[in-house]
Design a binder for this molecule. Sequence first.
Ligand SMILES: Cc1ncc(C[n+]2csc(CCOP(=O)(O)OP(=O)(O)O)c2C)c(N)n1
Length: 581
Amino acid sequence: MSTDTAMVENKKASMPAMGMGEVVTGSEMLLRCLLLEGVEHVFGYPGGAVLPIYDSLYSSQLKHVLTRHEQGAIHAADGYARATGKPGVVIATSGPGATNLVTGIATAQMDSVPLVCITGNVAQSLIGTDAFQEANITGITLPITKHNYFVRNIEDLPRIIKEAFHIATTGRPGPVLIDIPKDVNTAKAPFYYPESVKLRTYNPTVKPNYMQVDKMLKAIAKAKKPVIVTGGGTVTAGAEQELIEFAEKTNIPVITTLMGLAGFPGTHELCIGMPGMHGCYAANQALLNTDLLINIGARFDDRITMGRTKEFAQNAKIVHIDIDPAEIGKNINPYIPIVGDAKTVLATAIPKVQRADSDEWVAQVKAWNQEQPYRYSKSPEGRLKPQRVVEMIYETTAGNAIVTTDVGQHQMWVAQYYKFSAVRSFLSSGGLGTMGFGFPAAIGAQFAYPDRLVISVSGDGGFQMNLQELAIAAAHNLPVKIVILNNNCLGMVRQWQELFYDNRYSHIDLTESVDFVKLAEAYGIKGLRASTEEQAENVWREALNTNGPVLVEFKVEPGENVFPMVAAGNTLDQMVLGDEE
Ligand SMILES: Cc1ncc(C[n+]2csc(CCOP(=O)(O)OP(=O)(O)O)c2C)c(N)n1
């Protein structure tokens, strides 16, 4: 049992019996249910419709974190969930509070993150009347939640909460929303919490079909050029150890998607690297040449297949392992489909699997990586390169920090130049690509792990989307290290405009932003700045030696592009390697 789980278990044991049978209000019930689910932190923002909940929070043992925006709250809950594997919990009021959660809900849904989102709504007598701060949030979030509920009766509330946690955390995890009208929050009823969940139509398949697993074992025995592609599903399943064992026993090299980056050590001998649009040469060559592709918990996203699914891994038999049967055949029809939890599937396969005849192939993959590693050229004018900053962060943390990113060029440089070795240590919005995610997610992760080094890396664009959460870092003296790679523009958009829109730089200039150092200081946070390599090393050392939050602005080369690159619509063999080609 991890220290963390032990802490929650102890807390549960020391909790009073929660007064089963006692008559309490809906909002009191809600908080008791959360405690019984082992929740420690909730992130949220109050308002009229949730005033009863906030009143109950006043005297609750739950730790509530008041963010400065509901979007900050939900990304923080998401970061907490990604870092721990436990569900993140967020509370927002009706109407604008609830709609401010929408981007965060979609972000979690796309990356299969377990969240329980609690929204207030106006009293049922006012529903449908365009009442003040009324929004049909269950309607709005229907396509972006794993499930959602509108609570009509206080008697249903405990069962619904029990179900919500179960649905959010089992099978393919995801966000579940519970909308509670004000009259349910203020109504009273005796409190009972169900011990188990009965959902007739919801039974995720965890154990694989053994015949299918045997088929995979036979395919491995025949393969000469096998690869494993591992994605977020491996991380979600906690299958990192099984994956290492499986890869080592079979001698099959491993490609890690963006979401799978911390699911297999970046420094492992068999690690090839990231595939796809900004992936490494070796990974894409491996996909072009493999004869057996074993996909574990990845979804053949178009950032990897480039949407050219017919041409993708054309020479390969494909095995697709996924907990969600809907993923299988969605983008690519596999030769061997295996529905099941990655950890269970691998644990089933490991005792029987044989080493593949793959020595030559492994040597070939390594050679590709040596011939064409990620690389960048030094600036002739001595300006700071963003890649160097990420390398430096990697060197000084040995790959053990929890690193969150926003979306853009910096995200890709982190994926390329930081070799993750700790599980659940890379938190990034892969599916939805949500700018503004990284910094609040780092706050959530730091609440979960107050003693770990948490580094938030953003661009100057994305950071400005949720910078108000600096207040939280300051208020709680969170030791989060906030890195901004400031290229004075929306870098990734600039790159596309340069490459595909004839250098017509339309609305990407962020020169007139803010003095980030002064901004940090205004929030009571230490701010540091560097524009040369030497300064960068000095300020970064200072940041690491500072207790409490620090914001470090690295002023980097504005015209730098992310390479390698496969342009959208091209196939993986049309990879452009870099500036110096
Ligand atoms: C909420 C949101 N709006 C717009 C985009 C489109 N987008 C993707 S990358 C990018 C530029 C990001 O710029 P910045 O945050 O400065 O990071 P950089 O690319 O320079 O590292 C934009 C606008 C997005 N991903 N998310």
